[in-house]
Design a binder for this molecule. Structure first.
Ligand SMILES: Nc1ncnc2c1ncn2[C@@H]1O[C@H](COP(=O)(O)OP(=O)(O)O)[C@@H](O)[C@H]1O
Ligand SMILES: [Mg+2]
Length: 365
């Protein structure tokens, strides 16, 4: 078929090993159902002059085989680990990309904080310093220290007051649980300085942040993961959301930290009652649509975001993090296979729509 769409998924590759094989198999499968060909490739697989790309598709034995493809009609950047050469390649805009280059948590936080509407949903945050930490533990009952370029709950430290001192709970870069009890302010600063030195990723910054009381169940943090995606008409739409309930006395609720996914509406109705539950849901949507609009204003066309939203014990809503290349496992964890399928299809449907639109624009010129 002449007009069958070809969609490339840019990712990192070690030989024929890919980081998210299950998701990628699903993407390729759903792509077929939508009438597109989908393949994986890394920036090293592109022959710019020849306009050819070495792409990978599933073989019959659960592995991957490569073949040469023509120039794809659109590309989705799903590269989560920046191998050498990725960034300079990515900046060259060789393809019609469905999503733009994004930034890290610290830069995003700084940018969103400049907006008054966003600020009302954001915990107060500063770049980590001894002085900032001292000021924050003075002002807030809970304080978080976390990397400005981290993921997956790694190196996140929660500080709370208790027993005449401070309790520190966190996960290091290997996701091992760490706890300390310190008795003085000086000992706290010393301990946290050590943490920041040990856990630093490359030369990234740490952040110190107002801590939220997210223990909607006793001694378990919980937060909400909301997936907002572009649809096949090019418009933003909330695909779904779910609550992640963390392990007992954990600092984080990420699914990879032992968090369990559960249904948003029944969870919130149980905790806050139906009326308030509805209002919370509405505000989560409002926050999501506003946030993606602000992010696109600065970073250009984006495809999807997984928002980490904290709903505190008073029912107030806070934006904790925006993930530009989010997982969608939360829907599987909730047993919502249909929603998972939709969440896999949306980016492809959007990329196909985008490729069509660009073609029409080109023909008009
Ligand atoms: N300011 C905060 N107050 C309360 N909990 C927080 C705060 N910041 C992070 N957390 C908890 O830690 C988890 C991980 O933090 P997040 O900023 O999302 O980093 P990551 O990129 O590692 O997921 C959050 O999902 C939430 O459970
Ligand atoms: Mg997160």
């Amino acid at each position: 078929m002449a007009n069958k769409k070809l969609i490339g998924i840019l990712t990192s590759r070690e030989g024929t090993t890919f980081k998210e094989p299950k998701y990628f198999r699903n993407l390729i499968h759903q792509g077929k159902k939508l009438g597109a060909s989908v393949f994986l490739f890394s920036h090293r697989d592109v022959l710019v002059k020849k306009q050819r790309v070495r792409g990978y598709v599933p073989d019959k034995h659960g592995g991957w085989r490569s073949k040469w493809f023509r120039w794809p009609d659109a590309v989705i950047d799903r590269c989560r680990t920046r191998q050498p050469g990725y960034l300079s390649f990515r900046r060259k805009q060789h393809f019609l990309y469905a999503n733009s280059i994004f930034s890290n948590k610290w830069n995003i936080t700084k940018y969103l904080w400049t907006n008054k509407t966003m600020r009302k949903w954001m915990p107060q945050t500063e770049m980590y310093s001894k002085e900032a930490l001292q000021e924050y533990v003075e002002n807030f009952a809970i304080v978080y220290v976390k990397p400005g370029n981290g993921t997956g709950g790694r190196s996140v430290l929660k500080i709370s007051k208790g027993n005449g001192g401070f309790l520190l709970v966190g996960r290091n870069r290997n996701l091992q649980r760490k706890t300390w009890q310190v008795t003085s302010r000086d000992a706290l600063v010393e301990r946290v300085n050590l943490w920041v030195d040990q856990e630093r990723i490359r030369n990234g910054h740490f952040m110190v942040q107002q801590g939220l009381d997210l223990e909607l169940l006793p001694n378990r943090p919980s937060d909400t993961r909301l997936l907002i995606q572009k649809n096949q008409q090019g418009q933003w739409s909330v695909t779904g959301l779910g609550v992640r309930v963390g392990l007992l006395n954990s600092a984080t609720s990420n699914l990879h930290n032992g968090g369990k996914a559960t249904d948003f509406t029944s969870f919130m109705n149980n905790r806050f009652g139906e009326d308030k539950g509805k209002k919370i849901l509405q505000e989560c949507h409002e926050l999501a649509y506003y946030t993606v609009q602000k992010l696109e204003e600065k970073y250009g066309r984006m495809l999807e975001f997984g928002l980490d939203i904290g709903i505190d014990t008073a029912g107030q809503i806070w934006l904790i993090e925006v993930n530009p290349k989010p997982g969608r496992d939360i829907f599987l964890g909730m047993g919502k296979a249909k929603l998972y399928k939709k969440a896999v299809r949306n980016p492809l449907a959007y990329a196909m729509w985008l490729a069509d639109k660009e073609k029409i624009l080109r023909n008009d010129k």
